[in-house]
Structures are given as C-alpha cells and as structure tokens.
Design a protein around this ligand. Structure first.
Ligand code: B12
Length: 488
C-alpha cells in the first residue's frame, strides 16, 4: 500500500474486523466437540472505540459464523471495507494471511491490518514473512487504532503511529516505538456486543463448564503480575489493572438485562489478584442479586476460606485453577510461585466451600521426566478436582521459557500447530510416544474414575447439560481412540 493516502471520505469510513477461520479441529484436534467458542473481546473493545471516531464497524467472526476459509474474503468484502483488521494468534496468523490475500486480490486498495498476541510477540518477523499486512499493531490496540484511523481521516501516514509495525517504502519492515501510556480503561466505551451477529447464541462454553445458558465470558482486567515462564503475556505485561467497578457492573448489567445471560465466565488472566477490587465486585453482585452463576480463572495462591465464602454468596459455581503441574521441580522451573502442597490445600478448601474446581494441567515442560510426569499423575489422583483440562507445554514465541528450550529438548511444530493440544516440544529423555501415552492415561484415568464419572450422571437430567456432556464424552472417546494432536 502506498501511504499516505488521500483523506478517507466520511461515507468510506468503514472498518471490518475479522476473526480468522480456525476450526474447532484446528484448536482441539479430536476433542473438537468438547471445546468452546467465545466472543472476540478485542473487537468488542476496539469496535466501540472506532465507532466513537465515526467509523462504521462490522465484525466477521469466521469460526462463530461457520465461514470456511475459501468464503471469508467474499464475506468480508460484502461489508465494503476501507480497512480490514484481523486478530491473530500464532496458530491463526497463516490463515489470516490467506484470507488477506483473497481480499487483496479482489479489492487491492483495502488497507489490511493485523493485531493480537502473535503480532505483538513477533512483529517484525511476522510482517517479513507475511507482507500482505500493511500495518501491524503491537500490544494494546485501542490507542494505536485511534491513531491509525485519525491519520487515515486526515490523509497522513498511519505507519508513523506509535506501536505500529509496517513495510516501508524502502522494502524494510520497521516498528515504531510503543505509545508511552497504557490505555486508560476508565475512558473506554462500553463493550460493543451489538456488533456480533446473533450474540450470545453463536457462542458456547466448553464441556467442562456444565452450567446454565445463555452463556458468555467477560474480560474486565488486563495484565498479570506473576512471572510464569511459559505464559505469553506480551500484550498486557505485568501490571494488572481493571475497569472501574461501575463499568464492570454496567457491562454485567447489559449482559444480564439486554442479552439474558444466565452464566458468566470471567476469563481474565488474574482478576482475583487485585483482591480489594475483586471483593468489591463480589459485594456488588450480591447486592444486585442477579439470576446468574459465574466462574473465574484463578491461581491457587489466591485462595482462602474467607474469599471462597464471599465468592459462593456472590454466585460463583466454579473456579478454573492454573495448577500446571504436580511436580515441585517443574513448578519451580516454570516460576509458578506455588508448591504442590499449597495447590492441594486450595483445592481442598474449594471442595469444602461447595464451589467446583476445574484444573488446568500441562505436561511436557522443559525438564519434564518420567518421574515428574508420575508426580503429576499422582497429584491429580490425590486432590479433589471436578474437571480437568490437560494440555501440552507449548513454546509460544517471545515468552520467558525460550531460553530454557535450547539444549533441553526438541521443537517439533510450526506456528500453525501451537494450540496447547499438539505436541510442539519434546523434552530430552522423553519421546512423543511417552507424552501421548501419558496424556491418554491421565485423561482416561481421571474421567473414567468411578467417583468422577458418577458426579456427571445427575447432569444428564438437565437437557442443555446433557448436550454438553455428550459433546465432552464424544471428544473424550475420540481422543482415547485416536490419541491427542491435530495430526493424528
Ligand atoms: C479469552 C481468550 C480466548 C477466547 C477468545 C479469544 C478471542 N478471539 O478474543 C477463546 C477461548 C476463543 C480463545 C481461543 C484460543 N486461544 Co486464547 N486467550 C484468551 C485470553 C485468556 C484473553 C484474550 C482476550 O480477549 N483478551 C482481551 C482483549 C481485549 O485482548 P486481545 O484479544 O489481546 O486484544 C487486544 C490487543 O491484542 C489488540 N488487538 C488484538 N487484535 C487486534 C486486531 C487489530 C486490527 C488491532 C488494531 C488490535 C488488535 O488490541 C486489543 C485491545 O487492546 C488470552 C490471554 C490474554 N491475557 O491475552 C488467551 C490467548 C490469547 N489464547 C491463546 C491461545 C493459544 C488460544 C488458542 C490456540 C487455544 C485453543 N487451542 O483453542 C485459541 C486460538 C483461537 C484463535 N482464534 O486463534 C494464547 C495465544 C498465544 C499466541 N501467541 O498465540 C493466549 C495469549 C493465552 C496464553 N497466555 O498463552 N482464547
């Protein structure tokens, strides 16, 4: 694209946001039927911001709308966009580029932009490999997008905006320094759910989430102060901040009263870390007495009997814990800042409180051995968890674990396979077969354990939960028959 362009006329201020067409199979392999489909929060925030600037906004959420790769460009072009903005993870960036190529072929003047975790982690390399994107947004997008749209309105060069990576006229890819300030969450407009087609009906929870419908997730904070080496926290970094309580409650209010949401999942990385604000939110939920139940992602280190009691009174029915491993050696190595004992204690307290526990556990970290895997298996058997999400260690670009990879194992997957469910790294001393077998054994022994199996039976009496359970069982059956991974 030859920048600067003439100022964009008001009637041409049309922006189309795109979630690339990754399928449930791309994301979960044989367990596709057990997976979730959640609304793209990036566009709920960015769409609201673009609208404030007078741009017409559409969202083409290809996975939610079931649009296959070959039809995406045509769907996007129906919105007559001047700018197309893709959100990309490492596994979806190649498909996004294919769709962008299709748009470029039919409408060469369209400005093609990408943002999201992958561009943020590898801005220059990604644009060098995939030069179809005119502009890439590094990090938080609201202020960068404001800058880009204003430059387009004025006919000045959007490549000069802070936080932009772009192909320059000399053929080199250049990144501008980041904008000096974090996005002011207090000044953000409300999330634009109205931009999603048929929200919330096109979205659903994973099978490990057996609760009411309609369902939605909600993200009201940014950042995480912990230093887990394997986590991609490039976008929001280590400062945690949340929307002010009033805005959080306004958003919940709209979800409940406008969209009829009955079940809510706070998918924030670590909302409970900001304990005072979190407690205020719980108190406000109690005061409003909504007919909803909610769940949340949390760290076991944040749990005590007092907070569990407050959460239960506020409507919390499930906590998803980042347990990661049952091996103290591994927990130290990944800087989890938690011991197996602490984790077990939190899970026991949760059971005692009447709230369900979902545990996120990962196998195959650098340094993992048959001994540490056995410790994780023993840990899972010994603690009271209700559901388990088991994944493989996945070496995302530009994470702190990168230094620990070399010499300690073998990278075996390309960008498109980095989805937590493929084996992307094999630690020294273990084989792919060891990891696959351990995965299958843990899943079978957990979900087929009589106590766990029996705990699911009452759900069969509630039709919508029975459907989720069927989807989950089907996924589990396929996994046990085929083994994990999208290539199997
Ligand atoms: C909720 C969530 C999901 C949801 C919804 C994702 C979505 N499309 O919004 C669901 C469950 C669908 C999901 C799926 C997956 N996820 Co996810 N997910 C998250 C989580 C917890 C929050 C994302 C979020 O919505 N944040 C709030 C919004 C506002 O932030 P944001 O999306 O980053 O957007 C901001 C900027 O990135 C930027 N931006 C983003 N897109 C664009 C586009 C343009 C044009 C511009 C200008 C700016 C811009 O501006 C936004 C506003 O500031 C993050 C962890 C995290 N803290 O980021 C992981 C995370 C993004 N997921 C991750 C992964 C790996 C996956 C899956 C592969 C898992 C799987 N097997 O299913 C898939 C990939 C799906 C896909 N489409 O590619 C990784 C990505 C790592 C990487 N480098 O690829 C993360 C970072 C988790 C982690 N720490 O490892 N995920």
């Amino acid at each position: 694209m030859k920048f600067p362009l003439p100022p964009v006329a008001p009637e041409r201020r049309r922006l189309c946001f795109v979630v690339p067409p990754v399928t449930a199979e791309d994301r979960y392999g044989p367990m596709a039927s057990a997976g979730n489909s959640l609304p793209p929060h990036a566009f709920l925030y960015l769409g609201a911001v673009a609208r404030e600037l007078g741009w017409h906004v559409s969202i083409v959420d290809c996975p939610a709308l079931g649009i296959p790769l070959g039809e995406c460009a045509a769907e996007i072009l129906k919105t007559e966009p001047t700018v197309v903005g893709f959100t990309v993870t490492t596994m979806s960036v190649a498909k996004a580029a294919t769709v962008a190529d299709g748009v470029r072929a039919q409408a060469p003047d369209t400005i093609l932009m990408a943002g999201g975790p992958h561009i943020t982690a590898l801005p220059v390399e990604t644009l060098e490999r995939l030069p179809v994107f005119d502009l890439g947004c590094i990090g938080e997008g609201e202020d960068v997008l404001r800058g880009v749209l204003k430059h387009l309105d004025d006919g000045t060069d959007p490549r000069d905006v802070g936080g932009i990576v772009s192909l320059r006229d000399d053929g080199a890819v250049r990144r501008e320094p980041l904008l000096p300030d974090e996005v002011d969450l207090e000044a953000l407009p409300d999330l634009a759910w109205d931009l999603l087609d048929d929200f919330p009906n096109r979205y659903h929870a994973a099978a490990t989430y057996l609760n009411k419908t309609p369902f939605s997730d909600l993200i009201v904070s940014r950042g995480c102060r912990y230093k887990c080496t394997f986590c991609d926290n490039n976008t929001f970094g280590r400062d945690i901040r949340a929307l002010p309580l009033g805005k959080i409650m306004d958003n919940i209010d709209r979800l409940v009263n406008t969209y009829g949401i009955k079940s809510l999942f706070f998918t924030d990385d670590s909302l409970m870390t900001i304990r005072d604000q979190f407690e205020e939110m719980c108190e406000a939920l109690i005061a409003r007495n909504y007919d909803i139940e909610w769940s949340i992602n949390a760290r076991t280190s944040e749990i005590d009997a007092e907070i569990l009691e407050l959460m239960r009174r506020a409507g919390c029915w499930q906590i998803s814990y980042g347990v990661e491993s049952g091996s103290w050696e591994i927990l130290k190595r990944i800087k989890k800042a938690a011991t197996p004992r602490m984790q077990a204690n939190a899970l026991e307290l949760t059971r005692a409180s009447g709230i369900k526990s979902n545990a996120y556990i990962i196998i195959g970290f650098p340094g993992e051995t048959k001994q540490t895997l056995a410790e994780t298996e023993a840990f899972i058997r010994s603690v009271p968890i209700d559901t388990l999400r088991l994944t493989f260690f996945t070496p995302f670009p530009n994470t702190d674990v990168t230094d620990d990879l070399v010499g300690n194992g073998e990278l075996v997957a390309d960008w498109t396979k980095l989805n937590f469910y493929n084996i992307a790294y094999i630690p020294n001393g273990l084989t792919r077969r060891d990891l696959e077998r351990t995965y299958r054994r843990i899943m079978a022994s957990f979900y087929l354990r009589p106590r766990v199996f029996a705990s699911f039976l009452p759900h069969l009496l509630v039709p919508r939960k029975a459907v989720a359970l069927f989807r989950g069982s089907f996924g589990l059956g396929k996994l046990l028959a085929q083994g994990p991974g999208c290539e199997s």
